[in-house]
Write a protein that binds this ligand. Sequence first.
Ligand code: CAA
Length: 380
Amino acid sequence: MNFSLTEEHLMIRDAARDFAQTELLPGVIERDNTQTFPDSLVRKMGELGFLGVMVDPKYGGSGMDAISYAIIMEELSKIDASASVIVSVNNSLVCYGLEAYGNEEQKQKYLTKLASGQSVGAFCLSEPEAGSDATSQRTTAIDKGDHYLINGTKNWITSGGRADVYIVIAQTDKHKGSHGINAFILEKGMPGFDIGPKEDKLGIRGSDTHTLQFNDVKVPKENRIGANGSGFRFAMKTLSGGRIGIAAQALGIAAGAYELALKYSKERKAFGTEICNHQAIAFKLADMHTEIEAARMLVMRAAWDKDQGYNYDMSSAMAKLYASKVAMEHTVEAVQIHGGNGFVKEYHVERLMRDAKITQIYEGTSEIQKIVISRGIIKE
Ligand code: CAA
């Protein structure tokens, strides 16, 4: 068993860390305040290969492994979880889905642009009445011979207003339950495809979240991904990989808050000494350090499972469940260590605390991860 990162992984970490410090950090508070999507930064991340990390270079990707992807996600998320969720959805839910299940024509037409950052992707599964219960899709895709007619509403769609390409999950045959669901590629601007107002969120405010409406959207048959009825399994498999990305995001949020708290505690003095010398603070730092390291092990394990070609449904759910809990708990502690300054935007930890919450909700709530894990245990 080897716990060391390779030279290549260390170089990738340094590149992502450098980008986060020099490019993401300067405007992160402003983007959070004004809910501004980081357009130019997304372009730069595309140039660096962060938008198609695991995609084969023949489709415009970087051809790296899932461990590299987790490292990049952790480093970006230490500074800006709004930017990193755009990266995560594009990589795990859109590029992976197209590369693993799309046909050659779909890969040439869509994946090459998405992986190189020329287009941005969105993944549309959640609905007003089908969040956790993903089999209960109300959006319909009726087979009309050479095309499908799509009708319905999708909620909380990351990059909903800014994306160019949307993977939409819809019900084709209600009587077949999860086997009657399909995944489709839609493009912005298709007649009948409307983008609702932007959500005003607690956290990840620099990302762009919208409700989408489909009114008789005519989607050519060649835009269906995979065999008829394979859309639910497609969604579940892409979400398993997505959970590695979000687990790494949660890890980065926790680690970013911890690093700020550690630094602050070594500078701030109270009762005649730096506050890190008080056991009340030192013990918090010890817990944070230990649990963040444990979360990192779970994230890396899930990424390694994916790289080895093993099943990663359970390991990705475990990584996401635990890393998101650590992110929530330790960002609260980081604010506490900062005292009054922790409540002020310029110290960054209050934003990380707000951003942490969504990691326990999107790509499956913590309760959903427990369903996946417990079903996996019982099946073993
Ligand atoms: N891989 C392959 N197949 C799978 C699978 C997987 N990981 N998980 C389930 N399936 C298959 C099952 O084997 C079953 O097939 P059969 O009928 O042939 O046996 C079929 O799919 C139905 O599975 P279940 O009976 O297990 O389905 P369920 O209704 O009990 O739901 C669930 C399972 C795990 C709760 C699922 O609904 C789920 O993951 N829900 C959460 C959805 C979610 O994560 N939403 C997030 C939205 S995306 C997002 O947040 C993106 C963003 O913007 C950041």
